[in-house]
Structures are given as structure tokens and as C-alpha cells.
Design a protein. Sequence first.
Length: 216
Amino acid sequence: MQTFASRTMGTVHQDHHSLAAMLGALKMVIARGPQEGVDEFFRILRAMLFYVREFSEQVHHPRESDLYFPLVMETLPNAPASLQRNEQSHVNAVCELGVLQRQLSAWQQYGASKRQSFETAAVDLCNRYLAQIELEEADLAALLTELLGNDAEGPQRVPSVAHEDLALTGARAKNIDSLTTGPEQEFDRLYIDITHRLTQFVTPPSGSKSLPSLGN
């Protein structure tokens, strides 16, 4: 039977994977550029920025602040400095994502002169957010070791969540249907919708050169 601590850590770990996958895919779409599908390009980027900002602000950050950080504070001796860093990064990320949404609208409205400023800011934010997730995963692994021991069941840290694939597995889809309720289901449905639209957007026409997979 899962304890409150293991369930909390497992949920935070899944949040990190979802966010890392979306941030990695966002960087991939920016690098690819609009090419022929300009309208769909902007629709996908808007949806991805919306997902990362709103899921972070409404679900992930409150979950960490209310449930996960108290576990860290009680267990890890260096918790106060770590928590202060994480809380401030939450505030900064949400604010910067709002700026990016406005910069994307400016690019779409005013044209190529606004493209570089958006791309530079977006890639920089994605890299910093992914680095923050890696730091939090290190805290998660330390907490898991302290609370449950190296051989206990719980969320297993992967080498780098920064390379998480956005593709939706059958197991993930089943978990979405059975384990989430309320507002989280809306974000899960948005995640699935973005995944499907992104797959169509990056799939080249028959006979053309293939694009790299989303996990690269």
C-alpha cells in the first residue's frame, strides 16, 4: 500500500516528466519554424505555452508548495535554502511565460521582426525551466532515499527528464482516465490534444525527408 509520501513524490515526478516533455517539444517546434504551416505553428505554440504556464501555476506549483515541500523540509537538512530557491523559480517562470505569450502574439501580428526576440527568450526559459526540474529531481531522489531507502518502491529517477518524449503511451492514457479528476483532467486532455496536433504538424508528407523524433 502506498504511503502519503510515496504517492506525493510519485505525482510530483510525473508532473516533472509532463512539463519536461512539453518544454522539450516546444524547443523542437521553435527550431523547426513555421515552414508551410504558419497558422498551425502559432496555434501549437500558443497551446504549449498555455499548458506549461497554467499547469504549472494551477496544479504543479501548488502541489509542490502544499504537499511536497513540507516533506522535503521535514526530511532534508538543507531544505530551507532549496525551498526558497524553488519557490522563487516558480514565481519567475509563471511571469516569464506570460511575457512569452505576449511576444508570440507580437510575432504573429507584426511579422518576422519580432521572431528573434521570441525565439531567444523562449529557448532560454525552456533551458532554465528544464534545469530547475533536474535540480528538483535531485531533491526528489535524495528524499526518496532518506524516507524509503534505496530498495523501497517509489518514483525512480531517470538520467535526465530533460529528454522526455512527448508521445503518449497506452499506460499513461490509462492513468489519465483512472487517476485524475477535476481540473487536472482538463490539462490531461489538452496534453493529449497537443500531442496529436504536434504529431500531425511534424509528420512530413509521403516521400519527403523525415524529421527527428520528439525525444531527440
